[in-house]
Design a protein around this ligand. Structure first.
Ligand code: N01
Length: 544
């Protein structure tokens, strides 16, 4: 574009772009390709990491792999890309997903517009020029008409504020900031804090390697088998031949996966039929038990109690010591109201001599010392401490940036009591700033690449509409936003999910407002809603 490289009068900006994209993960890479290669806009991507890949750049802990089948955990926008890439396993490891993203970046020549090791620190909307001034921690100041926040939903790592944290003399790791050279735990005594999807993956690996592993568990989870297996030529041919059908299903599916629900309520099924349905899903591996089960499991308490107890029984069967089994068995929340972790031999690590389990709800961690962890009932010595303590999810990455919209208002102030968006895509008073899989969109409740493609494509549609019609700025009306915020809460509160203390609710971060963050209406219906809004001349948006 003619604008590129010409400083904007009246600002400190040294360069000017049609769009600045923040983040070079699945979302930012596709946004760049779309805006630059398909729409001819000038764009700069800023990426905090030393490489592209987002989640898959940072989360290099042992055992990190996708919980979604590889052949749909990828982009669908390019037929050749789909046909040429060879996945090796049903669930790809971190390195394989990263290789895939690097392949995509090279294939579409994306790297030349991505500036690595550069964290965006502020984005300020200038009401006079109707442009954003974007600043980075490397001192860059650039001007952009559009800002695309491709920040990731789980990119602000949460290290809990445990007393004495800094005094620990051994090695300390957070799973989301794992050293690139890897860590050798051979002969080491390791303490692991956290048993979410990450903790369960990493524990299973560390148990094999370390001299001793102690798992500090606050809330037991209902983990179910992953069911990983290698992909042979035959399987690959099968999905590649059927890709049209597969994507059609996935795009309109509730969670962007290839699971189909049973299509009736639990009450409508006889006990033997339920048993068969649960067992089949458990044995097949994946999210079937959670996302493709009886219709009422996440809404009806009695129905949920049946599947919750069924999963508890599986845990009790797999763990030899009854006391340990009981500690690992959730009783304080309903199945599926927390993100269901997928596991590959997790419960069996507690049958080993070198693995211990500490219930820190019963005996809380009091402090971290130079040599280890002190709980209410004793001291544990470690050479290394691993924090698998999750993220300040969904809003955290936005709150870390000084985003100022109209009237100099900070986004984080506007969102002080919870995010306020229309469709999860824009927030009133922050014109021309778009979020990809942000709060109040289906996002983390879906297979992310599918939700990301939907967002990038929809956002390019509205940008195209502006370019075609000579419109300078867009933002949602307050009415449309208020309605969406209410609707997204209503949908969530019609289910059992908000009752549990989860990161979906902001419950994992002290002081965070307790608001259900992702949109629970399903990706398929959400896609229809977005398409309908576009068809009705972008109703709910105001252009100028
Ligand atoms: O983080 P989490 P995660 N003291 O917040 C505990 C995605 N993901 O990184 O449950 C003691 O779920 C905390 O305890 P509690 C997926 O969407 C995907 O595991 O809050 N413990 C919990 O056990 C997932 O949901 C994949 O009581 C403390 C753990 O730390 C999301 O990322 C793989 C504590 C944090 O669990 C986040 O998962 C991995 C404290 N002060 C992750 N603070 C795949 O697709 C926290 N905890 C494969």
């Amino acid at each position: 574009s003619a604008q590129q490289n010409h400083p904007q009068a009246g600002t400190d900006a040294t360069e000017s772009f049609d769009a600045v994209v923040v983040g070079a993960g699945f979302a930012g890479l596709y946004a760049l390709h779309k805006l630059r290669d398909e729409m001819g806009l000038s764009a700069r991507v800023y990426e905090a990491g030393g490489g592209i890949g987002g989640t898959w750049y940072w989360n290099r802990y042992p055992g990190a792999r996708s919980d979604t089948s590889s052949w749909i955990y990828c982009y669908s926008f390019d037929e050749e890309l789909l046909q040429e890439w060879q996945w090796s396993e049903r669930y790809p490891q971190q390195q394989e997903v990263l290789n895939y993203l690097e392949h995509v970046a090279e294939r579409f020549d994306l790297n030349r517009d991505i500036q690595l090791q550069t964290r965006v620190t502020s984005a300020i909307f200038d009401e006079e020029t109707e442009r954003w001034e974007v600043r980075t921690d490397t001192g860059d100041v650039v001007s952009a008409r559009f800002v695309i926040a491709a920040l990731g939903a789980l990119s602000a790592a949460n290290l809990p504020d445990v007393p004495g944290l800094e005094s620990f003399a051994g090695d300390r790791y957070h799973t989301a900031e794992w050293p690139h050279e890897g860590v050798d735990f051979t002969g080491k005594k390791v303490g692991l804090i956290g048993t979410g999807a990450t903790g369960i993956q990493v524990a299973t690996e560390i148990a094999e390697e370390a001299e001793h592993l102690t798992v500090f568990q606050r809330t037991p989870n209902y983990a179910v088998p992953l069911g990983n297996h290698p992909l042979d030529a035959e399987l690959r041919r099968e999905y590649k031949e059927n890709y049209d059908e597969i994507w059609e299903q996935v795009r309109h599916n509730f969670s962007g996966h290839d699971y189909e629900p049973i299509g009736k309520t639990l009450q409508e099924a006889a006990p033997e039929e339920r048993e068969r349905a649960f067992q089949e899903r458990y044995d097949r591996g994946g999210f079937g038990l959670w996302l493709a089960n009886y219709d009422d499991l996440l809404e009806n308490r009695e129905a949920n109690a049946v599947v919750s107890e069924w999963v508890r029984e599986r845990i009790r069967e797999r763990v030899r010591d009854p006391e340990t089994a009981e500690k690992l068995t959730p009783s304080d929340h309903a199945f599926g109201t927390k993100r269901v972790p997928l596991e590959n031999g997790y419960y069996e690590i507690f049958n080993r001599d070198n693995v211990g389990l500490v219930d820190v709800k019963k005996t809380p961690i009091e402090e971290i010392t130079a040599t280890g962890v002190r709980t209410q009932d004793g001291e544990y010595e470690f050479d290394a401490l691993v924090f698998a303590t999750g993220f300040d999810a969904m809003t955290g990455p936005y709150n870390k940036i000084d985003i100022r919209g109209r009237g100099g208002r900070l986004l984080r102030d506007k969102w002080a009591e919870g995010p306020r968006t229309y469709l999860g895509i824009m927030s009133a008073g922050f014109p021309n700033m778009f979020a990809i899989t942000g709060p109040q969109s289906p996002s983390v409740l879906t297979n992310m690449p599918v939700a990301i493609e939907q967002h990038v494509e929809w956002i390019s549609g509205i940008v195209r509409h502006m370019l075609d019609n000579g419109l300078d700025v867009v933002e949602p009306t307050l009415d449309a936003e208020d309605e969406w915020v209410d609707h997204s809460q209503e949908v969530a509160h019609a289910t059992l999910l908000p009752e549990s203390a989860t990161w979906y609710m902001g419950a994992n971060i002290p002081g965070k407002p307790q608001v259900f963050l992702p949109y629970l209406g399903g990706l398929g219906p959400y896609r229809e809603k977005c398409d309908e809004v576009a068809k009705n001349a972008y109703e709910g948006f105001a252009f100028a």
